[in-house]
Design a protein around this ligand. Sequence first.
Ligand code: C2E
Ligand code: MG
Ligand code: MG
Ligand code: MG
Length: 292
Amino acid sequence: NADTAMYHAKEQGRNNIQFFTEALNLAAGERLTVERELRVAIEEGQLAVYYQPQLEAAADPLGYPFAMEALVRWRHPHRGLITAGHFIPIAEESGLIHTIGDWVLNEACRRFREWTHAGIGPRRIAVNLSAHQLRNPALLDTVAAVLQRYELHEDELELEVTESVAMRDPARAVETLQALRNLGVRLAIDDFGTGHSSLAYLKRLPIQTLKLDREFVRDIETDENDAAISAATLALAHELGLRVVAEGIETEGQSRFLRAHGCDLLQGYFYGKPEPAEFWTAHWTEESRKSS
Ligand code: C2E
Ligand code: MG
Ligand code: MG
Ligand code: MG
């Protein structure tokens, strides 16, 4: 299916011209339809932010998650719920990512503050930024405005960017990331291990967190290479003073391996799927009722 082809092309990296062109051709007709529908979706409020917990490995697993990652969803009137992986690439190519990204950032921070005001919820909110957003000169003002609007403290907001962001134009990436860091936000490298950057190179970026990609987590118990890479990444990241979040944890065994190797935060279906804000509000409200 065209959407899937697009997604895989994106995952394989933009250098894979042949594959990408093929996917574009395949998807051309549908892409336009989706783009048109996406504009309507933004105007009519069909987008929603879902939240997935990141649990502190050291903490009581039944306690509050340390952080929540915001993941955008499209409640399509006919196609049902569409996950980010299926429309973010189209949003990026049509330029709609800026409108969508600004909205997600604002909505996630608003919700985070609502939770902390109610005495429930996480200590930190994580929001994804695409390379396109990072190249937008207006981004810094947008982030600064959101921090002020919701009175976010230093380190309450973490922005996740993929390694490819930093690889394309390293000098400019460092400058933008440093400017964001100066505003008081934390920075995470998402999907670490899927690109071709070394950890030594990444350390030149003003980042605090590394997210180990799901690709490595998946076969961590059976594939010796994945196990070795994950263990080495954890050790080196810690040497460099970075926190490590493992993504895509689906089993007890994966969790056990990662905790044994000192992983700081755990994220994945095993601990919680991305759910709407109302789900978490109800869940935490019930928890505090039970414990009081
Ligand atoms: P990501 O930031 O690496 O997010 C992780 C993806 O893996 C999410 O897919 C999430 O739903 C999924 N996931 C989480 N835990 C598990 C698990 O245990 N097993 C499996 N199989 N999957 C899991 P999603 O929501 O489709 O997002 C895909 C990508 O789209 C994200 O990758 C992120 O790069 C991007 N994205 C999502 N929301 C936004 C957004 O608001 N703005 C921007 N710019 N990009 C976004
Ligand atoms: Mg992410
Ligand atoms: Mg990721
Ligand atoms: Mg990923």
